[in-house]
Design a protein around this ligand. Sequence first.
Ligand code: PLP
Length: 425
Amino acid sequence: MSIETLTTTNGQLGSNTSHQFDQNQFDAAVMSTYARFPIALEKGLGCRVWDTQGREYLDFVAGIATCTLGHAHPAMIESVTQQIQKLHHVSNLYYIPEQGELANWLVSHSCADRVFFCNSGAEANEAAIKLARKYAHTVLEIEHPIILTAHASFHGRTLATITATAQPKYQKYFDPLVPGFHYVPYNDINAVEAAVSELDEGNYRVGAILLEPLQGEGGVRPGDIAYFQKLRQICDETGILLIFDEVQVGMGRTGKLWGYETLGVEPDIFTSAKGLGGGIPIGAMLAKKFCDVFQPGEHASTFGGNPFACGVALSVCQTLEREDILTNVVNRGEQLRQGLRLLAAKYPHIVIDVRGWGLINGMELSPDIPYTAADVAKAAMEQGLLLVPAGPKVVRFVPPLVVTAADINEGLARLEQALVNIINH
Ligand SMILES: *Cc1c(COP(=O)(O)O)cnc(C)c1O
């Protein structure tokens, strides 16, 4: 679709700003949970956003891997408008047709048989943890089930999900944490085998393993195929549930609809959120039929699966399919990695690795330079390119899945200028 068609649906853009932004007023009233870049974004179109000063940026953050169709996509404008006019929220006291349609789309496009809807990634993982615990108690007959998770993982910010997230920086000050988790190094099958046998004592036993197919926030680290296939085998032999956190990598970001497809391994349970609603808050926990042990009243969410979120998410799913966006993800991902590898070859003292799948990619900075990924993101922002760190030394590239070849080339050019500015600084 051309930018012109998009422009007609989104009205005025660019330097035509409407709104004075007062940072002091903002900071006085909003909790300081985020270290914000000093810009305020006001408008978007496709892969571009504009700040309140009218400055344009290429958006390779996409709300952190969330704005699947970019900004102001006609399909989203249409579904949002239609759904708000028809019915936006009721309650799960009643049947919600849009929820059923979205669940059926997800089930027919994945290995799962059943879906529970919520509003975020953390909530989807909470639901998976609860389902796994009930399954462990009732089916595996484990009195104290343990869930294995990986170092450098990220699973969300609720108490259970920061416990699952094996990174001390997210847990500090929030103890006591939730019992029943144990950490292993990622991509290390011996560590899993050792944990499964060592933790089998008395009433304690491993009931589930929760992992990202590719670690996003922890540094864009792809899962090892042989490792995941061996894990599947261990789980098949022991009855341990294999749970994948697809919150960041699912919904087409890797070039396949789900991250597990790249590994050639089906999970028993998986979670989705970020890209699912294209930026409308929605999360989902999906499971195979055999481990769907929830009964009425055992889990719930007031907003979960409401007509608005489900109607819009369904339009995102259908647009992905209709416009064959996964092919674009594969091609643009190749193009981006090729460009990043050229930069790595040209600036080997700065960039030491480029890795990723589809449109989730990381550029790792040398440990020998004093600059962090946040410094690079800041320099890139000054060149009109939005980027987000994934840990201290990895710069993450997660543009909308509709990013064009021209956008990628422009982004790479802006990035190179940012690197040159850092060197000359
Ligand atoms: C972002 C993220 C989450 C948390 O999602 P929220 O919607 O912020 O709760 C969980 N897991 C992974 C892999 C993520 O990237």
